[in-house]
Design a protein around this ligand. Structure first.
Ligand SMILES: Nc1ncnc2c1ncn2[C@@H]1O[C@H](COP(=O)(O)OP(=O)(O)OP(=O)(O)O)[C@@H](O)[C@H]1O
Ligand SMILES: [Mg+2]
Length: 288
């Protein structure tokens, strides 16, 4: 028996029409020259706040592709699109100045922004939590990668003057030949990172706590991937403590994490249950 679908209403048809028109406009502008054509190739991802599309342009000089992130109207208020694009620009600058290391940490190159979204270069790689679960990263390389991710994160903080905001294992892509891509910088929900009291925790503590928070809070959906991300959280903390020469950093991470659980628990009964289960999980060591 088929499942009946509610027909899309006029509002959603209008929204889709606007999205298509905006993407078509982007495809036209990304061509750069009159003898090139651009097409919206396919959707790569759809999140709560945005949808990610691949746009291919071609012409006598060959083919190239871009990724365009389109934001839902509800998310565009409060300058969020510009803020996320600015964070990507900062990340691009930060990774350009990294010293040679075991892993080359990169990010998509920011290309162009509109009020509804932005375009960037295409990168390719496997989400780090899935890569860990599939054993695509040798165990002995985990600490090396943690060192390089923390160095990149710290360089980003210096340029951006604020936390990465959405630093979790789904926003790190493991590419070929020891290339790693950081994607999706800039807090999707900046209010989440406002701290009570006059002293904000160091941005490294904010971001590393968020890594653990995101892994543990999504463990009911992807237990294996989350478990591996939680294990890497330990290596990231050790790397950060060493890089900053700050033995107090781990306590700051714990302070932020406790705050995240409190906020999650205050959002409702279901969130409270997730927070309680995830807090326990985050304390466990994962060797699976
Ligand atoms: N530059 C890129 N090149 C290739 N794939 C990309 C690129 N940017 C995003 N993607 C793909 O789209 C997915 C979602 O991207 P992103 O993390 O930016 O959005 P999101 O997490 O859904 O966004 P948000 O949390 O802001 O709602 C990524 O996991 C990746 O598969
Ligand atoms: Mg993301």
């Amino acid at each position: 028996m088929g499942v009946l679908r509610r027909p899309a209403g006029p509002a959603s048809a209008a929204r889709r029409g606007a999205e298509r028109a905006q993407l078509a406009q982007a495809a036209g502008l990304l061509c750069g020259r009159g003898d090139r054509t651009g097409v919206v190739d396919r959707r790569l991802a759809a999140g709560v706040q945005s949808r990610v599309w691949r746009i291919v342009t071609s012409g006598p000089d060959g083919r190239s592709d871009h990724v365009v992130k389109w934001f839902r109207a509800g998310y565009r208020a409060g300058n969020s699109v510009a803020a996320e694009f600015a964070a990507l620009v900062a990340l691009d600058r930060a990774v350009a100045d990294l010293r040679p290391a075991a892993y080359r940490v990169r990010c998509p190159r920011p290309v162009r922004a509109w009020d509804w979204g932005y375009a960037m270069s295409t990168v390719s790689g496997c989400r780090l939590d899935l890569a860990l679960a599939r054993r695509l990263l040798p165990a002995e390389d985990e600490r090396l990668l943690a060192d390089d991710l923390v160095a990149a994160l710290s360089a980003f903080h210096a340029v951006h003057r604020g936390p990465y905001g959405d630093f979790h294992a789904g926003n790190v892509l493991l590419g070929a030949d020891r290339e790693v891509y950081l994607i999706d910088p800039g807090p999707a929900n900046p209010g989440f990172f406002n701290w009570p009291g006059p002293v904000s925790p160091p941005p490294l503590a904010v971001d590393l706590a968020y890594w653990t928070f995101a892994a543990a809070a999504t463990a009911h959906r992807r237990p294996r991937a989350a478990g591996h991300a939680l294990r890497l959280a330990g290596a990231l903390r050790d790397a950060a403590t060493e890089l900053m020469s700050d033995p107090g950093l781990a306590a700051e991470v714990d302070r932020c994490l406790a705050d995240y659980w409190k906020r999650l628990a205050s959002q409702g009964l279901r969130q409270r249950a997730v927070a309680v289960a995830a807090t326990r999980l985050a304390r466990l060591r994962w060797d699976g």
